[in-house]
Design a protein around this ligand. Structure first.
Ligand code: NAD
Ligand code: NA
Length: 396
């Protein structure tokens, strides 16, 4: 079929397999161009099919020659209906890994469930024995709690007071005022259950009990801080409470890993266009101003540049892992640089529908958004008849 982008709200309903494959190739080329990383050899990535998790998997495999198991929740294709992009990404990743002689297998299902954890542990046992690194990179709006059977829904709301500020519809470029009512306690609790650290702990404890964690095993989850303009709706909002919980959980997991000589980290990453971040009000406007500023200063990075730097300069630099005063890895260091933030802040006050075309990188935002779904890549013939029924080799 001829596959075109079909937009609905914050998502695109279609994905292009050849474009997703091109995206994987580009990311692999980038990692290889930066040279070898003396990193982990057996890696589990939970949330491995898109965004930061996918970039982590590519970095581990093509930077340090790691065997990887990827867990994700994606929709497979049906005749005339494309898969979700993470499905095509994973299919292409496995193919490239195979070509390079690297072990790569995937598990598609709900990572919050006991069943998928057990399936993953069984796969590690039979294929790899143990793992050295576990990347935890889930972004989900819901979690079915495996012990209570309750379906929790996260919220993106401010806490304590109504939030009002500018936001942009990145499809149309229209800047408007948005108002979000404050969360009730239940919203906060649910968001912490979905995006906090409980499930991360469940993964590590289950793996430890099963004996599949290697001596010195490391685990890393991802967080975000961001600027003042997004604080009310992000870091001081419901999602921020979940990130506080996730960050606190790293210390608890480090205790669990102590007798193995292992450690849990949280890495604070840069704001980037992903499926998860596009759905958060205000963030797209901030990102479009941030991209403009960071590109002008030669500081712009995407997920793969961020993850390559996380592995090479922080986790596997041959020495100490540098941490901030709260014990976190900071690869949002360039985003948070005073000169970058000062510029973004002054642009923010000027941003409206007319000025944004000039002062913001809306084109860059849209381009990255299309790229998430495999569209807009050089070297892909989008007019060609394309087979949507692509298999993930290890899943079939
Ligand atoms: P993403 O949407 O690109 O990736 C989410 C991944 O989770 C996908 O692989 C998806 O398949 C998987 N997933 C979702 N629900 C699942 C489930 N129930 N079972 C199994 N897999 C499931 O998101 P992302 O932006 O890469 O986010 C990853 C982490 O990075 C999150 O913790 C996010 O808060 C954090 N982060 C994101 C940004 C940003 O700007 N995008 C910045 C800093 C930190
Ligand atoms: Na991810």
């Amino acid at each position: 079929m001829i596959i075109e982008p079909r937009m609905r709200g914050f998502i695109c309903l279609t994905a292009h397999p050849e474009g997703c494959a091109q995206s994987i190739k580009n990311q692999i080329e980038y990692v290889k161009s930066k040279g070898e990383i003396n990193g982990p050899k057996r890696v589990l990535v939970v949330g491995a099919s898109t965004g930061f998790g996918l970039a982590s998997r590519i970095t581990a495999a093509f930077g340090s020659g790691a065997s990887t198991i990827g867990v994700f929740f994606e929709k497979e294709p049906a005749p005339g209906k494309t898969a979700t992009p993470g499905w095509y990404n994973s299919a292409a990743f496995e193919q490239e890994a195979q070509k390079a002689g690297l072990y790569a297998k995937s598990i598609n299902g709900d990572a919050f469930s006991d069943e998928i954890k057990q399936k993953t542990i069984d796969m590690i046992k039979s294929d790899l024995g143990q793992v050295d690194l576990i990347i935890y990179s889930l972004a989900s709006p819901v979690r079915l709690h495996p012990k209570t059977g309750v379906l929790h829904r996260s919220a993106l709301k401010p806490i304590g007071q109504t939030f009002s500020d500018k936001t942009v519809d990145f499809h149309t470029g229209v800047v408007s005022q948005v108002s979000i009512e404050p969360a009730v306690q239940e919203d906060i609790d649910n968001t912490v259950v979905v995006m906090g650290g409980e499930d991360w702990t469940m993964w590590i404890e289950a793996m430890k009990n099963a004996g599949v964690l290697a001596d010195g095993a490391t685990t890393v989850a991802y967080s975000y801080i961001g600027p003042e303009v997004t604080e009310a709706v992000y870091r001081k909002g419901t999602i921020g409470r979940a990130k506080d919980h996730l960050e606190a959980t790293a210390f608890e997991i480090s205790d669990v890993l102590k007798d193995l000589g292992g450690k849990a980290y949280v890495s604070v990453n840069k704001a980037l266009v992903t499926q998860a971040s596009s759905a958060i009000p205000v963030i797209p406007l901030y990102i479009s101003l941030l991209y403009k500023t960071m590109k002008e200063k030669g500081l712009h990075e995407g997920c793969i540049e961020q993850m390559q730097r996380l592995f090479a300069d922080r986790l596997y630099n041959g020495g100490e892992v540098s941490l901030d005063d709260k014990g976190r890895i900071r690869i949002d260091d360039w985003e948070m640089r005073a000169d970058v933030q000062d510029t973004v802040k002054s642009l923010w006050s000027k941003a409206d529908t007319d000025t944004l075309k000039e002062i913001g990188d809306l084109a860059g935002y849209k381009h990255d958004f299309l790229n998430l779904f495999g569209f807009g890549f050089d070297g892909v013939d989008y007019l060609a008849d394309t087979d949507e029924m692509v298999n993930i080799p290890s899943i079939l």
